[in-house]
Design a protein around this ligand. Sequence first.
Ligand code: FAD
Ligand code: FES
Length: 278
Amino acid sequence: MEKLFISHTGYEVKEAQILRTVRLTEKDKLFELALVGGEILDFEPGQFLEVSLVGVGEAPISLCSSPTQRKSFELCVRAVGRLTNALHRLEPGDIVGIRGPFGVGFPVTKLMGHDLLLIAGGIGLAPLRSLINYVMDNRRDFGRVHVLFGCKDPQNLLFRDEIEVWQRRMDVGFQCTVDQADPDWKGNVGLVTSLIPGVDINPRETFAVMVGPPVMYRFVIAELLKKGIPESQIILSLERHMKCGLGKCGHCQIHDIYCCQDGPVFFYERIKTLKGAI
Ligand SMILES: Cc1cc2nc3c(=O)[nH]c(=O)nc-3n(C[C@H](O)[C@H](O)[C@H](O)COP(=O)(O)OP(=O)(O)OC[C@H]3O[C@@H](n4cnc5c(N)ncnc54)[C@H](O)[C@@H]3O)c2cc1C
Ligand code: FES
């Protein structure tokens, strides 16, 4: 997929209007936005925007919709601090600033023709949803597809309606698990790693892609390697405190890499020997 930047310098802030908000959980909201002036935002699944509000600040937020959705784009925001709480107070019609898209996304072209094992933990489902929906919209370009989603508890389940749609599809194996169930939960209980041994895959044909909290990665990677998936076919997205998104401020640096520019998506092979990367 050719990369098209809406801003050549990366410093330019564009205005985007909120079209719709949907409450997903107590702390998470989905925002559907469109660029003011009707310009289309071109991006790859896995890339992120720097989202700003005048007088409040700026924060990196992943694009969570698929680029196959052309007229608008979506962000899933967890209210944790200054900018994200201020975003949660906005309504349809309000304007936010955006820079980007930034970073290297999932290697979609390389994944084509292969089987996929897509694994999300918690809010990691937001960036992975961009890839999941891209794959669903171009289903014939991919082999067998499995999606595993692990979440703390049923109250924190993101994209419930969409999960039901994915679960009903015959051409996707979708499994969801929670660390702690409540009395209404009928599904699996346990960490996302507990689902991996039971997934029927051909490891040589499969690319595994994961997005989740850093603590999840080491355990998931160990299970994938046990399953026989080669290191060269394991892909993950690293989250670091980012500021500029431009490889200038150094906030996201790990040794010789800048997560904002060289990532956030990396092949495991590239980062496995970098101390502190995972
Ligand atoms: C590539 C990328 C993609 C992301 N995608 C999403 C997404 O899709 N949705 C989403 O909700 N979030 C996402 N995040 C996380 C989000 O950017 C952070 O939660 C951000 O800090 C929120 O900004 P804030 O102003 O609301 O919070 P802040 O007021 O900055 O505070 C948030 C929390 O982080 C701590 N913190 C902030 N900055 C630092 C720092 N430099 N060092 C140590 N601790 C710090 C604060 O103490 C506080 O506990 C993403 C982050 C990255 C790097
Ligand atoms: S966020 Fe500034 S260098 Fe990466």
